[in-house]
Structures are given as C-alpha cells and as structure tokens.
Design a binder for this molecule. Structure first.
Ligand code: SAM
Length: 262
C-alpha cells in the first residue's frame, strides 16, 4: 500500500513523475559513483529518490512539504539511508551541506521556483560538482541558448558564465501525475572552476547583464548608459551599437571586468 495519501499540491508545483522510462533516464544521467554526495531537491513521492537510493545506498533530500516527510521516511525503510532536510531549498546553504565535499544535485524542480533555485545554486557553485535538473522545456531552452537566438537572455548568460549547460532530453506532460501544461526537459549543469570563470566582481557582472537585457531591444550604448561608459564597452572589444542578444558570454565577462575610468 502506498505511503503517500495527500493529493498533489499545485502551490508547491507538485507534478509527480510516473513514467519509468524517464525515471530511468534521469538515474542514468546522474550515474552515481561510490562516494558521491547526492542531494535531491523536492523528492515528492520519491519517483527519483528511491531508484537512486536503491542504487547508491544513501541520499539527502530537501523537501518543503511537511505532509511528505513521514511517508518518505517510512518508504525508505529497508531501501537505504535517506536523510531529509525539511526546509525551503532557498534557505539551504549548499556550502555548509557540502563541507569538504562537492555535491551532486538532482531534482525535478518545482517549476514556479526554477529560476530562483538555479540562481541559488550558482551562488554556491564552488560546493557543487554537477546538477541534473528537470525544468520546463522553455526554461531549459533559455538556459542553453546561444547568442543570436531569440531566447538568449539573462538566464543564458548568468548560467553559462558559471556552468557548462547541456540540454539532455525532453519529457512530455503524460510522464507526470497530474500532467503539467507544458513540455519539460532535463539539463545537466557542471560548474566551471573559478579561474575558468574569470569574473572579477560577481555583483558588477550580475548588474551589467541585468542592465543589458533589461531593455533588450536597445543598443548596448543605451541599455548600459547608467552602468558602463562607451569607453568601457569599446575597451571590451564590443561595438556600442550591438544589442545584448548578440553578445557572447565571454564578452559580458570582459565588459564587467573593465576597470572604472573615473
Ligand atoms: N521529485 C518528485 C517527482 O519527480 O515526482 C517531485 C517533483 S515536483 C515537480 C517538485 C517537488 O518540490 C515537490 O515535492 C514539492 O513539494 C517540492 N518543493 C516545492 N517547493 C519547494 C521548496 N521551496 N523547497 C524544497 N522543495 C520544494
């Protein structure tokens, strides 16, 4: 008999994965190895949790819904060592959780929180080895977009500056109960080493990218008028009449790294 009795909660983005093919594909994408520190965000009713636990023997899961905590603990009995952190994932300090290790994060994310969770993760990039996340396909397309694409924007630049981003496969609505209205996709993010990233001032970088895409139809000269001088734009090797959607990630880093002339 199932341990899980509470109906899915829309407010918590609960769409439970039920299709075994996709569950197996996610487990294969994670491919846990001995010694890995697996952390799942939003285990729900355990669709991914238990296959991973069976294979790996231990796992930490972060779940906000109190109605799921006891059923998850009961269902884990005899399967493996499941540690549950009953918290909002945005309040979890991945650095503290990782200690000396680096975490491998996995999750079918609550779609209403996917961007905040991604930004929270990149703040802790040094404590994370990789992430295998399911999100709305539209979000994965934006995460992995290349310059010049219609969906290349702030999310693409911020994530790709800190991580290698790969879109792995699409998951149709019918794979979930209840089905979401949109297609989903699974992505892998692998944080880059700090010296590979090369950003001098993280806040400055975030400000420049936000301003550039805040008015994406405008040229860099106009969109960045309060943030970068034309001299800084040119010193970064960029033409001031370009629009943000044409600028590669490495050029945004160059631009944010320009010294302040004043
Ligand atoms: N992993 C399960 C699956 O694939 O069937 C459930 C995925 S469901 C899309 C998202 C899960 O995230 C739910 O279990 C939900 O309760 C949980 N959740 C929602 N908001 C959360 C938050 N702020 N912190 C942690 N978990 C959250």
């Amino acid at each position: 008999m199932s341990h899980f009795k509470a109906p899915p909660k829309k407010s918590l983005g609960q769409h439970f994965l039920t299709d075994r093919t996709y569950i197996e594909k996610i487990v294969m994408a994670v491919n846990p190895q001995p010694g890995d520190r697996l952390v799942e965000i939003g285990p729900g009713q355990g669709a991914i949790t238990f296959p991973l636990l069976r294979r790996h023997g231990e796992l930490t899961a972060i779940e906000f819904d109190r109605d799921l905590i006891t059923p998850l603990m009961e269902a884990a009995e005899g399967v493996g060592r499941l540690t549950i952190i009953h918290k909002d994932v945005l309040d979890v300090d991945f650095g503290k959780l990782a200690g000396e290790d680096r975490l491998r994060l996995v999750g079918n994310l609550p779609y209403n929180l996917s961007s905040p969770i991604l930004f929270h993760a990149i703040e802790h990039a040094a404590s994370i080895r990789d992430m295998v996340f399911m999100l709305q396909k539209e979000v994965v397309d934006r995460m992995a977009a290349e310059p010049g694409s219609k969906v290349y924007g702030r999310l693409s630049v911020m994530l790709q500056a800190y991580c290698h981003v790969d879109s792995l496969f699409v998951v149709p609505p019918g794979a979930f109960r209840p089905p979401p209205k949109v297609d989903s996709a699974v992505a892998r993010l692998v944080p880059r080493a700090a010296d590979e990233v090369g950003i001098r001032d993280h806040r400055r970088f975030a400000d420049v990218v936000r301003a550039a895409f805040g008015q994406r139809r405008k040229t860099l000269r106009n969109a960045l008028s309060g943030t970068c001088s034309v001299e800084q734009i040119e010193a970064a090797g960029l033409r001031p009449d370009l629009r943000a959607e044409q600028v590669p990630v490495t050029d945004f880093i160059q631009l944010a790294n320009q010294p302040d002339a004043s």
